[in-house]
Ligand binder design. Structure first.
Ligand SMILES: *Cc1c(COP(=O)(O)O)cnc(C)c1O
Length: 415
């Protein structure tokens, strides 16, 4: 997609607006598939929470992807999008036994991440195979906000609890069909990842009826110039050959699974917003745009850097700006960033707006959530409408004259 394509989308659907380039999603899917070309059975389960629009899910399904889900609602969305139940894996954290049973009833694969639920589920449903989420206590990446494999993490069954896990499997006679880990959102260091994988292989040997080993995700994509990204080719070569070796040792061609979210959709997304006000203060120049953390929270929530381009003046000379939102709170998208000279009315484009952007949006300040547009074969296709005032009040219950009636009553009593 180029800037004139993006400008056309704004002219048609207004601003702010999310746009997703389908060809980028396809390219990323193929890149990862090719990197693991040496593995006989590879399954990519797209992590729905990154971007869960049903049209995006349908695109993933058409590519042969499975679906990684973290709530019963995501399971239902996946089924609605046409995924076969066996192509969906339910990988929740801290949900009730009832929710897991509901997912099992729908026929999807179950991934359990604590011993309490494992014991309860295995006791009630010994015939339903489950996958177990292991915490290898390896930290991939240095940011504690997004590394979930470490000792204080709430995710997974500790590698040190394997004896208890095996005891539960033995007494319930349940069947473990998969081993899973998801160490964090950044695979910065392939050797660290391979180290965690060895722990998983070692664990896998305890189970005789495995179908798959799921290595989770954490593929890093570049958000700004100079960012390191996961070298998927190197990872594919190294992990692929080690996996094949393990399968021989294990005596069965297992499936190697991954659950990429960010890697598949982050770079495909653009978020477009209009500059309402250019405000010169004593210390900086603010560009206030017609959005805020109600639509894009990653910069404030994670300190994420999203590149910003002024697509209304892409050739203009660069100046320093602080880009802020219209929410009545501090909602700074970027401080002192060099951006092509901004005039009021210009359209700013946030890159890497595919993953964890729309799905984290809210109605804070009683604003509408923006529309989503899919750019496919050179055409803009609306895949979600902009919300309306009706959406805002849809589930609110008006107490009618409850308070006015009370006032009258009080007056009567005074008399
Ligand atoms: C969120 C999540 C993913 C996707 O992570 P990305 O960093 O977006 O690739 C994969 N697996 C599980 C269990 C998750 O919770």
């Amino acid at each position: 997609m180029n800037y004139s394509d993006l400008t056309k989308v704004v002219e048609t659907y207004g601003d702010p607006v999310y746009v997703y380039d389908s060809s980028k999603i396809v390219t990323q899917f193929e890149r990862l598939t090719q990197a693991f070309g040496s593995v006989k059975n590879l399954k990519l389960n797209y992590a729905a929470k990154a971007l869960s629009n049903i049209s995006i899910l349908k695109l993933m399904n058409s590519l042969g992807s499975g679906l990684d889900t973290v709530s019963i609602q995501e399971v239902q969305l996946g089924l609605l999008a046409g995924f076969k139940p066996e192509s969906i894996i339910f990988t929740p954290n801290g949900v009730s036994l009832e929710e897991i049973e509901e997912a099992a009833k729908l026929g999807v694969r179950i991934n359990i991440d604590n011993l309490s639920i494992l014991e309860q589920f295995g006791t009630k449903h010994p015939n339903i195979p489950v996958c177990v989420r292991i915490n290898p206590h390896v930290m991939a990446g240095g940011n504690s906000k997004i590394s979930v494999g470490h000792i204080d993490s709430k995710f997974g069954i500790s590698i040190h609890q394997i004896p208890h896990l095996l005891r539960i499997v033995e007494v319930t006679n349940m069947n473990i069909n998969g081993i899973h880990m998801h160490t964090g959102s950044d695979i910065l260091d392939i050797d660290v990842f391979l180290y965690a994988s060895e722990i998983l292989f070692e664990t896998a040997k305890n189970f005789k009826n495995l179908d798959f080993i799921d290595f989770g995700s954490g593929f890093k994509v570049p958000y700004k110039e100079g960012d390191i990204q996961t070298n998927v080719d190197e990872l594919g070569k190294k992990l692929g050959s080690r996996f094949n070796e393990f399968c021989e040792e294990y005596g069965k061609d297992l499936t190697l699974a991954f659950e990429p979210g960010k890697f598949l959709v982050s770079e495909a997304g653009y978020f477009l917003a209009r500059v309402n006000v250019v405000k010169q203060t004593t210390s900086t120049v603010f560009a206030s745009i017609d959005t805020g953390f109600n639509h894009l929270i990653r910069p404030m929530f994670y300190g994420a850097t999203h590149q910003i381009v002024n697509i209304s003046n892409p050739e203009g000379r660069e100046r320093y700006y602080s880009v802020v939102g219209y929410i009545c709170e501090t909602d700074t998208f970027a401080s002192n960033k060099r951006i092509n000279e901004i005039s009021e009315g210009d359209i700013l484009c946030f890159k890497n707006a595919g993953a964890y952007c729309f799905t984290m949006s809210s109605n804070y300040n009683s604003r509408f959530r923006p529309p989503e547009v899919l750019w496919h074969n050179g055409e803009a296709i609306l895949i979600r409408e902009r919300e309306t005032f009706e959406d805002l009040i849809k589930h609110q219950i008006d107490v009618k004259d409850l308070f006015t009636a009370k006032k009258k009553e009080e007056k009567v009593m005074v008399k």
